[in-house]
Write a protein that binds this ligand. Structure first.
Ligand code: HEM
Length: 451
């Protein structure tokens, strides 16, 4: 790990080819450490580690893969095998017609109006986070843990709120354990290490998954019988969801798989984005002061609401920049179905094609001084090449929850910064470690002083 006064933490990338065993040893601990350094300097890097793989950083080639090549570049087999036991053939995993109808049925769930209606839940979670931080003070607080709790508060309240059959802590524990296990396996498969390489333990036991699904099914059945008071949450909206083309509605199992998908795909990613934003706020005190001034002048002592979001442009720029430097989904991967040419290089059926979102955000051909934290880069969004900045992916499979996540992150970050001054704790710098997602290993330790 390297850091200097001018730049926040980063992982030194590989500058020389490693043998398979060294790659394996390093990758097991941190996938970032096997992204070759040239991936931040060149448009495409290819290699063979068991099977053929390519990392693509060229914006035109990425557009071709994500936008035009939906059928030719489906999500990698690995991603699917990995997540299927937990979230079935849901939106995140399905392909072809089965993906299309689910996407059409779920799209209205995340309309601007519906996401706005859920903002009070985010505001309440931000208030609760402030209370916990105040209660913990004046000691240093691990903002990573805080943000995981806060975003789980939100996702729990917008999916299975109000029922008594759903044990939130149990589901939280089961999902976090699953993500941790799944991540360990995926990196071996992504790189296609041969089968003789010893692998970490198999995924968590079937019975824990079964119990989680059972609880979700009972909550869904209770909800469809008894309904639910107040603003419609994601479960209500998905229950109403219908594919306008086929009139198909989701069965209980499909609803459950998609709601669990929202939890798996949305909770940790948003927590990590907030945790990295908080790390950057500790790192750059001037930016923190500017952000606090903006938040205080808009909020005037209250917690942020959905309506405040558009008036907090600097807070949003900090989140955008955190997503460039530390994208929660650091790599997305596809399996090529057809022979193709990308950047004058041959791609064969079966090749793994990765878009290392992390290296894209750090690519010297695309960004000026990419290792520097400069939220102002996002002041003029039109000046940014769309395919140089992909924290939410792109094309038809772009993250369905992006506006939900951004609204939540702005509300929580603005509320925290308006109430506390955060200073870093000496000797407690986090290490960027990517397993499935990009985490600040060791936590984000900051001292919070009420202002
Ligand atoms: C900062 C937070 C988030 C980040 C960084 C993020 C990132 C991503 C990325 C990169 C993809 C595309 C993956 C690919 O193409 O292989 C994706 C897809 C998806 N995300 Fe998110 N996500 C976030 C929050 C959320 C939230 C809050 C939800 C739901 C409540 C969500 C639900 C989904 C779903 C369902 C898909 C699959 C969409 C499809 O294939 O049609 N995500 N996300």
């Amino acid at each position: 790990m390297t850091t200097n006064a001018a730049h926040p933490v980063r992982v030194p990338l590989v500058t020389e080819p490693w043998g398979i065993l060294k790659s394996l040893r390093m990758a097991r601990r941190n996938v970032l450490s096997i992204i070759p350094d040239i991936a931040t300097k060149q448009p495409m890097v290819s290699g063979k580690t068991g099977k053929r793989w390519h990392m693509v950083m060229d914006t035109a080639a990425i557009r071709h893969i994500l936008l035009d090549g939906l059928e030719d570049y489906p999500k990698s087999v690995v991603t699917k095998n990995l997540l299927k036991p937990a979230i079935g053939e849901s939106l995140f995993i399905a392909e072809g017609a089965h993906w299309r109808w689910q996407r059409r049925a779920a799209a209205p769930v995340f309309s601007h109006r519906n996401v706005m209606n859920l903002a009070p839940i985010m505001t309440k979670a931000a208030e609760r986070a402030c209370t916990r931080i105040t209660d913990a003070g004046p000691r240093a607080v691990n903002l990573l843990d805080e943000m995981v709790t806060t975003t789980f508060d939100v996702i729990g309240d917008v999916t299975f709120s109000g029922g008594d059959t759903f044990d939130r802590d149990k589901v939280h524990g089961a999902i976090d354990a699953y993500i941790a296990q799944a991540g360990k396996i995926s990196l071996f498969d992504i790189l296609g290490f041969p089968d003789w390489v010893p692998r970490p333990d198999r995924l968590m036991s079937g019975s824990a998954l079964k119990e989680m699904k059972g609880m979700a099914d009972s909550a869904i059945e209770a909800r469809s019988k008894r309904g639910h008071e107040g603003v419609p949450d994601l479960l209500d909206l998905l229950l109403e969801g219908v594919d306008p083309k086929t009139d198909r509605r989701m069965s209980t199992a499909e609803l459950r798989d998609n709601l669990l998908t929202f939890i798996v795909a949305g909770h940790e990613t948003t927590a990590l984005t907030l945790a990295w934003s908080m790390y950057l706020m500790g790192f750059d005190q001037d930016a923190q002061t500017r952000a606090r001034e903006e938040a205080q002048s808009v909020l005037q002592g209250r917690a942020a609401t959905g309506d405040d979001v558009e008036n907090l442009p600097y807070i949003r720029m900090i989140i955008d920049e955190a997503l460039r430097m530390y994208p929660a989904a650091g790599i997305i991967s596809r399996t090529a179905q057809k022979k193709d040419t990308l950047c004058d290089r041959e791609v064969l059926p079966g090749d793994t094609v990765m878009i290392p979102i992390y290296a894209l955000g750090r690519n010297e051909l695309l960004w000026d001084d990419p290792d520097a934290f400069r939220p102002e880069r996002f002041a003029d969004r039109k000046a940014i090449d769309r395919y140089a900045y992909l924290p939410f992916g792109d094309g038809p499979r772009i993250c369905i929850g992006a506006s939900f996540a951004l609204q939540e992150a702005v509300i929580i970050l603005a509320t925290l910064l308006s109430r506390f001054k955060f200073t870093p704790v000496a000797g407690k710098e986090p290490e960027p470690v990517m397993i499935l997602t990009l985490r600040p290993e060791g936590g984000v330790w900051l001292t919070a002083e009420p202002v």
